[in-house]
Design a protein around this ligand. Structure first.
Ligand code: GDP
Length: 326
């Protein structure tokens, strides 16, 4: 497959070509994979760079509402916005389908927005690569901002943070005075915590929750590369469209600072190194899943169980078998 026409169409900003290109990188077929690799190399030549924003939050916190309002605000500023979703859970809980267009009613109709829902099935380990490649495609297509949305479960935040320039955590106002069991590791990844639903009856609770998190963030690891007052917590209302301008201002301030200090580019190179390692690990794991490899694992496992081979001897033999041409 000659990917050049598709690459050219993506770079020209053809949205249908972009959608087809993402479908190609999502495919598990090996011939598609080869074409996808070629396509990604080709579009990389555009040299365009979006601001990649990771957004995480548990179901119901207001991600779709936030993306709708925030996205419309950016579009009103003349920016082009792409929304991608990472949903590694096969069973979607809470009824929210990430990147669901019906929940972003206005944004999905905007010619300057591109929304791609999370595919219902992806092969093991393919989620990260698929999303990274979709980000690259949107970047090449000239989107100023790429929002990568994920639910607050499992490893998905870490994955998204590893492919984003900025990582935003969206929270709901807490009922009591307890922080909502947000794991420390996740808080440490956040550049900005947005406490949503700061409106009506929930406004006071949201302000309190925001202050609690602002305090907790101050106690967390210092980041010498960032301005001293980051990471920050803000109260916003996605529904009433309040505080979103301020949130965007904070994001652009931080991004500009990191660009000036070189941290932005450094972070991207570190991420590229990370994903290289991950792809190698994934590739090795794939080799373990071939029928031959499974059989060897079973046979060598039996030998270890019987005591005819030590675990490390058997492991060495297995690794030898995994070498190409072995
Ligand atoms: P998601 O599952 O994280 O995508 O959350 P949704 O965007 O679907 O929102 C879940 C519910 O919270 C919906 O009923 C929204 O109307 C409501 N919601 C979202 N943002 C706000 C907000 O800023 N204020 C209030 N009061 N409700 C909100």
């Amino acid at each position: 497959m000659d990917v050049h026409p598709m690459a050219a169409a993506v770079i020209a900003g053809d949205r249908r070509a972009l959608a087809r290109a993402i479908t190609l990188v999502e495919s598990a077929r090996s011939d598609h994979r080869l074409a996808a690799d070629a396509l990604i190399s080709e579009v990389a030549k555009s040299g365009r760079q979006s601001l990649r924003i990771g957004l995480s939050g548990t179901p119901g916190v207001g991600k779709s509402t936030f993306i709708e309002s925030f996205g419309m605000m950016l579009i009103a500023q003349g920016l082009r916005v792409a929304v991608l979703a990472v949903d590694p859970s096969s069973a979607r809980s809470g009824g929210s389908i990430l990147g669901d267009k019906t929940r972003m009613e206005h944004l999905s109709r905007e010619p300057n927005a591109f929304i791609r829902p999370s595919p219902s099935q992806t092969h093991l380990g393919g989620v990260a690569r698929r999303t990274r490649e979709a980000v690259s495609l949107c970047e090449a297509a000239g989107f100023d901002v790429v929002l990568i949305e994920t639910v607050g479960v499992g490893q998905s935040e870490t994955m998204v943070a590893e492919m984003a320039d900025l990582f935003i955590l969206l929270l709901a106002p807490a009922g009591g005075d307890e922080l909502q069991g947000v794991k420390r590791g996740i808080m440490e990844m956040a550049d900005l915590i947005l406490v949503n639903k700061a409106d009506g009856d929930l406004k006071a609770a949201a302000t309190r929750t925001m202050a609690d998190y602002a305090g907790a963030l101050r106690l967390l690891r210092k980041r010498p590369q960032d301005p001293p007052d980051f990471p920050k917590a803000l109260a916003v209302s996605a529904l009433a469209d309040e505080g979103l301008g301020k949130a965007w201002e904070e994001m652009t301030t931080l991004a500009a600072w990191r660009r000036e200090t070189g941290h932005f580019a450094r972070r991207r190179s570190e991420q590229a190194r990370h994903w290289f390692g991950e792809d190698v690990r994934q590739g090795l794991l794939m080799r373990l899943t071939t029928p031959d490899a499974r059989e060897s694992m079973a046979t060598l496992g039996d030998a270890v169980a019987k005591g005819t081979l030590t675990p490390s001897e058997a492991a060495q033999r297995m690794l030898h078998k995994l070498k190409p041409n072995a």
